[in-house]
Design a protein around this ligand. Structure first.
Ligand code: SAM
Length: 502
């Protein structure tokens, strides 16, 4: 793969891919929804079978070759890529040609994203995956844009126009996403091969990335950014077990959660004032979950920190997931031996669970004020990036609002919030009242009758204090006691996005 490919060839390839409708939708149309679903389970057979049955299409040929790893003839590839041709694709390092047959040497597929900045699509080249290889991945595998890449993209606070650091860029996907608005994007990676892919992808998609090799923050010593974005290699991999492969893309050679810790600890020296770093992370729990929370929060040092733990996995579940991810087949002796090595390592180091989730850090203007860790599993909605941004803004405002000032504030119920009441049969009063969000973190919050009544009256007209006093009068309760009880709940509901500032 060429970091700086021939620009004329690249322009031809881009036009060919456009003409071929080589898009996420175009590919799905080429092999149909059932085959697409099977591909999600790493089963290429239905897609290959559908391509045989359906009329020829350029996107079908390209999908077969560049996603499924199925060889195609030179004339067929020439037809699918009329400007580039099979030989041009070989010159670009995408394929090799042997005896008139074209074999993919990379995975090249469309990638689409819908987020708060709009809808965008790119083509992303990476190393061939397990489907095309039909076996375990090599240790220097360069990852394509997968589900975790999309998860990170969707939790990002809108990037703005400042300088962005994409640490561990891999295929360059986060850099491409950030470059839509950022003034400049520096994309780093330990792997030179990864930077080659990132450079190729940037050129193919007409995006400028400042590519720099090196570990962690070494390539950006002394520089600061308004955003740091990273999907670091966070997988906890046993070290010293000869049979266990170490993958640059997913463990980076570190032991335990050392790499995630290093990324978090290093952020303070590279964020501009008010700058935000966001990453996906895994962290180890050694017995006491509360101690694990404190340990991870402490990594942030002077930064504001908000950790949303989306999963707490037991060691066996974790080991099986990642052994499978490397391409070892469940049920084989190899799979069992790798899982055993993983579990022995966890046992030797006292790891009882592994947390996984989102870490948001911010360089505060006047000292750290936010230090929050919460467990929030279950489905989430769209707009998490905006929800995080709004929560941080609510946090900043609340800090300068003592209770008397909060009582004078006008809040309104967010438009995605619904109230749900559950009754025992025959009862007039509900046993449970829940507020539910339709977007963002899709939180469900249980509230009592008083809080529900106050929230229900937050229509953007009356100040909080007047509403609380009126509710207290109706319920024959003491207004001062009611304020004391309800205001902290309203603060939390505001942070969580159930209430917004009018
Ligand atoms: C999980 S991949 C993420 C790729 C891409 N950013 C994405 O979101 O899909 C992690 C990347 O970090 C790189 N990496 C591993 N160790 C690193 C280190 N010490 N410093 C910088 N990058 C590293 C790997 O080569 C790999 O490209």
């Amino acid at each position: 793969m060429q970091r700086q490919p021939d620009l004329d060839l690249i322009a031809g390839l881009r036009a060919d891919l456009d003409d071929a409708r080589y898009t996420v939708d175009g590919l799905e149309a080429a092999w149909g929804p059932v085959a697409a679903e099977a591909l999600g389970r790493d089963d290429p057979e239905p897609a290959l079978a559908e391509l045989e049955l359906r009329p020829w299409s350029p996107s079908g040929t390209l999908g077969a070759l560049l996603v499924l790893g199925a060889p195609r003839s030179v004339p067929e590839v020439d037809r699918a890529l009329p400007r580039t041709g099979a030989r041009g694709a070989a010159r670009l390092g995408l394929v090799s040609i042997e005896d008139g047959i074209v074999h993919a040497t990379v995975d090249l597929r469309p990638y689409a994203l819908a987020d708060e900045s709009g809808v965008a699509s790119w083509w992303i080249a990476s190393d061939p995956g397990e489907i095309a290889l039909g076996g375990e991945l090599p240790e220097d595998h360069v990852l394509g844009a997968g589900a975790a890449s999309t998860t990170l993209a969707q939790i990002l606070v809108p990037t703005g126009t400042g300088r962005v650091l994409d640490l561990g860029t891999g295929s360059g996907v986060q850099g491409l996403i950030a470059a839509r608005s950022a003034g400049a994007v520096v994309a780093t990676d330990l792997s030179e091969r990864a930077l080659d892919f990132a450079g190729f992808n940037a050129a193919l998609n007409g995006v400028a990335l400042d590519l720099r090799p090196g570990s962690l923050y070494d390539p950006v010593a002394g520089e600061r950014f308004s955003r740091i974005i990273t999907h670091p290699p966070f997988v906890k991999t046993p070290r010293g077990a000869a049979e266990v492969p170490g993958y640059t893309y997913r463990d980076g050679g570190f032991a335990g959660d050392g790499l995630v810790e290093a990324v978090v600890r290093g952020a303070a020296a590279h964020l501009a004032e008010g700058g935000i770093a966001q990453l996906l992370g895994n962290w180890e729990v050694h017995g006491d979950p509360a101690a694990a929370r404190e340990r991870v929060l402490d990594w942030a040092g002077p930064l504001d920190v908000w950790i949303v733990e989306r999963d707490l996995l037991d060691p066996a579940q974790y080991a099986e997931t990642w052994v499978r991810d490397g391409g070892a087949q469940p049920g084989t002796a190899r799979f069992r031996s790798l899982v055993r090595a993983w579990l022995d390592d966890f046992a030797a180091r006292g790891v009882t669970a592994i947390g996984a989730g989102y870490i948001t850090l911010r360089a505060p203007r006047h000292g750290r004020t936010l230090r929050r860790f919460e467990h929030l599993d279950g489905a989430v909605g769209s707009g998490i990036g905006s929800a995080i941004e709004a929560a941080i803004a609510a946090h900043d405002l609340q800090r300068v609002l003592p209770d008397e000032a909060l009582a004078d504030t006008v809040l309104e119920v967010a438009p995605d919030v619904t109230e749900h009441r559950h009754y025992w049969p025959g009862d007039a009063d509900p046993t449970v009242i829940e507020l539910r969000q339709g977007t963002g973190f899709a939180r469900v919050r249980r509230v009592d009758t008083v809080a529900a009544a106050v929230v229900g009256a937050c229509d953007g007209e009356l100040a909080i204090g007047s509403i609380v006093d009126a509710v207290a009068r109706i319920l024959d309760a003491d207004p001062a006691d009611t304020r004391t009880a309800v205001l902290p709940i309203l603060r939390e509901l505001w942070f969580e996005g159930f209430l917004t500032l009018r």
